[in-house]
Design a protein around this ligand. Sequence first.
Ligand code: FMN
Length: 384
Amino acid sequence: MSTVSTVSTVSTVSTVSTVSTVSTVSTVSTVSTATRLDHDSPREHIPRPISVAPMMDRTDRHYRYMLRLISRHTLLYTEMVTTGAILFGDQNRHLDFSAEEGPLSLQLGGDDPVALAECAHIAEEWGYDEVNLNVGCPSDRVQSGRFGACLMLRPERVAEAVRAMKSAVKIPVTVKHRIGVDDVDRYEDMLRFVDIVSEEECDGFSVHARKAWLSGLSPKENRNIPPLRYEEIYRLKRERPHLFIEINGGIKTWDEIDDHLKHVDAVMLGRGAYSNPRLFMEADQRLFPSENPAQREIADVISAMADYTDQWVEGGGRAHHVTRHLVHLLSGVPGNKYWRRLLSEEAIKKGANGDVVRRAWQGTIERMKHIEERARLFALKSSN
Ligand SMILES: Cc1cc2nc3c(=O)[nH]c(=O)nc-3n(C[C@H](O)[C@H](O)[C@H](O)COP(=O)(O)O)c2cc1C
């Protein structure tokens, strides 16, 4: 087992940056603790009240490293990795992560209980905190392997897989699924699925509040077109209070997160987390106030990511692998256009390293100051 990566030496401590005086970007604020469901979590070691969803080509180790600097306790998922890739492919490439990334769940794609159990075991050996089965992806590729969302039509098979995985590991085994597929999309159908799978003591259900059409819609359309049906997930939690239920789909703000947490155990954000990682700067204070929350300024995160980029490049990687995830870090901030442009254009150049990040940040600060100054002068003029 080797979880030690080329970048695991990167310090995660809050490095005081030369630019930390610019505090306008920090979204850390005094926040009220979210109202939570008034019951104990079914299992102590189960997933957290908030997580970032598994996303192919998004939640790779670099994104996760960045998010972990922002929030120490949010549960993070890998991209989906198929059992075939783990059993017959390059395990190092698919499974390696930095020790700092935890708590981390490995999402598996597959439908063969024996292979899934073997992969769950491998995941545990690599040091993952949880293993999750994908029963939500409707892509053609996944369907041709008879896994993903089409497994919603085979709850007994999912139960068999969960049983096999649970017998292979001590870490929690969870399932991420849809509220339905095709015409099997009544509340009762989802309940039946969950009841059959929970017979095997599945440790948690992350439910995407949209059904999926197995043909006719692309995966992207399947994330946007079918309407969100949150109420059915609330009902699932009401009717099966002993189960750990996480809601997912279309959630983007703390008001929404707080609202959902009144009805279910946990909230999972996908696109909202990717396009606005700064949202998570409040996560620790809001949801884990007694657990040593991360309290970094955005400048500290950027400084640490610049160092991380250097280490990644020194280990043979490309700066762009890391910086592509930083592009959204300053979304909504004045001067962010420059940040995005520099990261996108400069980081792909040969020899690029963490200095691209440092330069992009310095330039953004200058632009922010300029914009602030202009606003101040404008306010002065108007008051004369
Ligand atoms: C680019 C992209 C890749 C995704 N890849 C996965 C995946 O590997 N496994 C999975 O279960 N869901 C995947 N999803 C679905 C998300 O996990 C999530 O369920 C979905 O985006 C709805 O949540 P959101 O509205 O908060 O984004 C992906 C979504 C996106 C946008």
